[in-house]
Ligand binder design. Sequence first.
Ligand SMILES: Cc1cc2nc3c(=O)[nH]c(=O)nc-3n(C[C@H](O)[C@H](O)[C@H](O)COP(=O)(O)OP(=O)(O)OC[C@H]3O[C@@H](n4cnc5c(N)ncnc54)[C@H](O)[C@@H]3O)c2cc1C
Length: 476
Amino acid sequence: MVQIKGARNIWLDGNKVEKPAEHAAFRGTFETIKQLIKLIDDGKVGFYDESVQQNVHKAFLIPQTYEQLLEKREAYETWASKSYGMMSRLSDYAYTLITGYYIDREQLSVYDATFAEKITNYFELVKRERRLVTTAIADPQMDRSKPITERADHALLRVVEQREDGVVVSGAKMIATGAPYVDDIIINTPYSKEDGQEQYANLFIVATDSPGLEIICRKSHAETDRELYPLASQFDEMDAVIIFDNVFIPNERIFIRGHAQGATAAHRHQQLNMLAHYQTVVRLATKLKFVAGLATAIAKSIAVDTFLHVQQKLGELYMQVDTINGLLQAAETEGSVEGSAYKPSAVLLQVARHLGTQYYARAMSILKEIGAGGYTQLPSTVIHRFEDERIEALLHRYYEGAATSAQDKTALFRVGWELVGSEIGSRHDLYERFYTGDPLRIQALFFENYDKGWLDERLETFLNSLTTTVRQDVFV
Ligand SMILES: Cc1cc2nc3c(=O)[nH]c(=O)nc-3n(C[C@H](O)[C@H](O)[C@H](O)COP(=O)(O)OP(=O)(O)OC[C@H]3O[C@@H](n4cnc5c(N)ncnc54)[C@H](O)[C@@H]3O)c2cc1C
């Protein structure tokens, strides 16, 4: 029996949600998560872990070889394809972050001598209890222009009381996708900290049933009717702001305590964690594949795939999928053993992640252009629910496709509308643009960190070839 406890202080529509698993806004997703967790007992997603004597998700597998990395890919693919790539923070991402910290525990112990022991204990706990975990990093959008030192006191999550057995923190974090469903949230800080800013410089994992931790949900996009809303009825992950109103964090959950460089190093670790990026790119590929398949089926259903420009647009979608898959494969084969793990190539995964922020928006645009007015021609319910048989018969006639029944054609367009026109669809468009951080600054960071050696070399060779003699030869 799979138990999902869910969080405690969940706020939706101004009310406290007492039994989230029974609430219409969360029920469908609770059910999906339950089905997913069952997969851990299957060989494709889970592996037997001696230390906890049970199957655990392969996100926890520390790959020693290329082949083991591929095993992880299969697990992520199987997990992601159950939600067609629509759910992305269902713990597999957070598990890879924890595994990454565990792999590099000695390195990070430089900033907090207790790091290695605590992360080892948590690594075992999360596997043993099959705890669900998400992550929240950014501070609330108040005044982004000010340096940390000039921001309002409550603008940053901070320690308000030091105790022997832990710390008390106040402040807020945004956004934590999946928060109502999880047991724990990894909390870190996005900005580089300096000495003197220790009260903001903590990496900890907070339990969602901690008193004072309030989960403020956005509007629910969930629906309960599976036939009308196949995506929203199963896959609304929910996004929330987490408010810490004097929340106690016990010592064993504080991995870096009040260390400016340490908190920055932990954040960089998360940003550069190739095993975590690997999971996100596998998930992205799954979603793009789903969209490409749907766009093709919609085009076929009304036979617009016969037109050249539609063929070109569908071709573009296939190229998106093949580009991301190609980058994934290259990242796998160009990986290397670093420390105790075989890790995929960082640069190629960063490229794939960044392309994803543009590809998804483009894919939505193509889906709109192909389906066109068909999305708004949908009757407000499925055809077989019409109470008048005469009208139902008329709908079967006038909603039919080229070689597709009215029932099948409207079902396809319904999914299309969920992606391009519904609230959950808009949320996904936003998610793909921003989930990896601000794409603008990430690309600029790519420039900064890029190994530009080969660019200089080429230019130097060219410039050296233009010796005085050659120039004289040319211009005499
Ligand atoms: C649907 C969704 C789900 C998410 N889920 C999670 C999650 O589970 N966990 C998590 O940790 N995060 C999550 N995020 C948050 C995500 O990490 C942030 O949205 C992202 O880092 C961008 O930050 P922001 O939204 O605060 O935008 P801001 O940083 O406020 O940026 C707003 C605009 O201002 C510009 N800007 C801001 N500051 C600067 C600057 N210094 N220099 C130049 N330009 C600047 C940006 O380019 C952008 O155009 C999620 C986001 C979304 C949309």
